[in-house]
Design a protein around this ligand. Structure first.
Ligand SMILES: Nc1ncnc2c1ncn2[C@@H]1O[C@H](COP(=O)(O)OP(=O)(O)OP(=O)(O)O)[C@@H](O)[C@H]1O
Ligand SMILES: [Mg+2]
Length: 291
């Protein structure tokens, strides 16, 4: 493993008005590794990656990229440095063919002056080659993206980032809407991107997906860092435990047990009282009968 992180944040705090989305979060991301960003809803994962990708700026703290202090004022600035983000909606256009989506906004041109035109053959060839490098064999680059599965679309977005020279690839819940098989396909491309030397940041709610591909795990909780582990420092079980707030669940289940116990005790007492009353009444009745 390389000693220097490609990307690092120190003591990041982010406020939205009075909402503290992140508080004193520090993290390191290494090239050729998958860093998983985990945590419950509202933990601050998306906020953190939006700071990394230039959508938001931190309120406090420092951001370093390739050892240099940076401040990105827009996603474009981050992208120019090689930080590519694939959001869940992917910004792909369903009705357009794969090759056109791949080069959207970055079209290769042939010729010059009035003869300058989009080099379609080059685009089609390149898309096919690039996807092949990631183990995806598309038969027809002219196929509309809308006809592809969610997993295939994710892989096109990933291949695109890799092709255009991303050094850091940020994926915000790429497997969330996918079935088991499609999620597996995307996980494979994450590993491919890592093998090609990119620093991958992978946000997921699924501990199994995280543990399958992750080298490093960062768990956020209500805007704070709950813990950072490399894979050899934590077992899958302990990671799931930390992620799911298992300790809290355990406390809750004790509390519920206690309530149930009290409830049962109360019922038993009521039952005993009722029985005693009946017994009393019977006794009274017997007495009357005797008299
Ligand atoms: N633009 C914003 N304005 C105000 N509050 C925001 C904004 N963006 C995020 N927040 C708040 O910051 C906190 C962290 O949100 P964030 O979206 O980063 O969580 P998350 O970990 O990505 O959650 P999820 O798993 O649900 O996507 C939440 O309380 C959220 O309401
Ligand atoms: Mg989010």
């Amino acid at each position: 493993m390389t000693a220097e992180p490609i990307l690092e944040v120190q003591h990041i705090t982010k406020l939205f008005g009075s909402v503290i989305a992140l508080s004193d979060v520090s993290a390191k991301v290494y090239a050729g590794e998958v860093t998983c960003l985990l945590g419950d809803n509202g933990a601050g994962k998306s906020t953190l990656i939006k700071i990394l990708s230039g959508v938001h700026q931190q309120t406090e703290g420092d951001y370093y990229f390739e050892g240099e202090k940076v401040k990105f004022n827009s996603p474009r600035e981050a992208l120019e440095r090689g930080i590519a983000t694939v959001y869940q909606d992917l910004s792909l256009i369903p009705l357009m063919p794969i090759w056109r989506n791949f080069f959207l906004g970055l079209e290769p041109v042939k010729g010059w002056g009035p003869f300058k035109r989009f080099d379609i053959d080059f685009a089609k060839r390149t898309v096919r080659q690039e996807l092949l490098k990631m183990g995806i064999d598309i038969r027809d680059p002219g196929q509309a993206v809308g006809t592809m599965s969610g997993g295939e679309r994710q892989s096109i977005a990933i291949a695109r980032a890799v092709y255009f020279g991303a050094k850091v690839l940020i994926l915000d819940e790429p497997t969330a809407a996918l079935g088991v098989k499609q999620a597996g396909v995307v996980l494979k491309y994450i590993v491919q991107a890592k093998a090609r030397g990119l620093g991958v940041i992978f946000i997921t709610h699924n501990p199994h997906h995280a543990y399958a591909v992750g080298d490093r795990f960062i768990i956020l909780k209500r805007g704070r860092t709950l813990g950072i582990w490399s894979k050899d420092e934590i077992t899958r079980e302990d990671m799931i435990r930390a992620m799911s707030g298992a300790d809290e669940l355990e406390a809750l289940s004790h509390e519920l047990d206690e309530l149930a116990r009290r409830d049962a005790a109360k019922k038993q007492l009521e039952l005993a009282q009722a029985e005693a009353e009946v017994a009393d009444e019977l006794e009274e009745g017997e007495k009357l009968f005797d008299e």
